[in-house]
Design a protein around this ligand. Sequence first.
Ligand code: FES
Ligand SMILES: [Fe+2]
Length: 375
Amino acid sequence: MVFIHDTRLPHVLEPGCYHDPGWYERELAAVFRPGWHCVATLDELPREGDFVTRELFGAPLLLRRAGGQVRAFRNVCAHRFSALCLAPSGRAASLRCPYHGWTYADDGALTCVPDPASFASPPGKSALIGRVKLTAHPVACAGQLVFVSLAEQPAPLDQWLGARTHELVTRLFSIDYQRVLARTIEHPCNWKIPVENVLETYHVDELHRGWLARHPRLVPVFDEQIEHELGDGFSEYRDRMGADFPPYRALVRALVGPVPCRYRHHHAFPNLIIGETPVLSFLQVVTPTGPASSRSLVRLYLHRGAPARAWTAPLRRLVGAAASWFLNGVLREDAAIYEAVQTGVRGSDRGGVLGAREERVWAFQRWLADSVTAP
Ligand code: FES
Ligand SMILES: [Fe+2]
């Protein structure tokens, strides 16, 4: 195994960092509010007028496709604060508030006020129409991933993600891939608990006895050829998943041709997680919803086939269903431990310790501690 370290490492973050409201606010200010966050995918908004609603750090968001472009607005009417849409998704020919009927153009500009005479402009004040707009938030896409920022002038998306992560998301979630699973999972724990859980394979034997640990030929997490990379703003785990398992090799060959069997797990700090195999791309974004609660956006994409061959369609359907079933099992087993860890960090009277196998957790914690405490 190619680890960077061969000794144990300090658990950089104190238990309080997993529940203290003051620390949580500092995390939001230092690493979340300035950044970009994947909140949806373009395939959720395929047609004009399609919308989804989301919540990001307490801000209700409305994302809608209009004029071939996805825009994000604060989902709050400028009149008396009603949400414009409450449904998680749908299609709206126009942006019309359900309370008193104020209507907004595709770009968020107020275009219609019922009984406009009662809102006549007082002397010296400009008219509402022509001046009032919904609050818009910056939107940028990479592949089919839609990112939103709550910052007024965020750094460009590719700069925020970094070159390695930007290349990965652009390639792994391109239109060559088709979504086969979309889930939102609420976690009763601080956002770092699900993130740190996926950064180490140390828990696999104990927590995944029923799934991953039972298939060492397909999932070689205790193989000799694992490698870690601790990069600038990211970390990676790489192995040869499936390379020694002939049925898997044959499947990959049928779907995408003679490409090497490899698995890459990439964590872009703070909360973007990507999994890559030759045929499947996995995305998990763990967003904080409070000091001791979080939400995961989970997506699984399957390569459409290279070159696209009609005869592989049934096979792809089968692979999509089997991979979703497998992933759901793994997510369920992981989620089963989160509440116990949250209970533990609240009650701990000491710091923790990390093994060399957990060095990606250590790298993440060091980055977070540096980012939050930077002057
Ligand atoms: S709150 Fe939207 S029109 Fe009144
Ligand atoms: Fe796990």
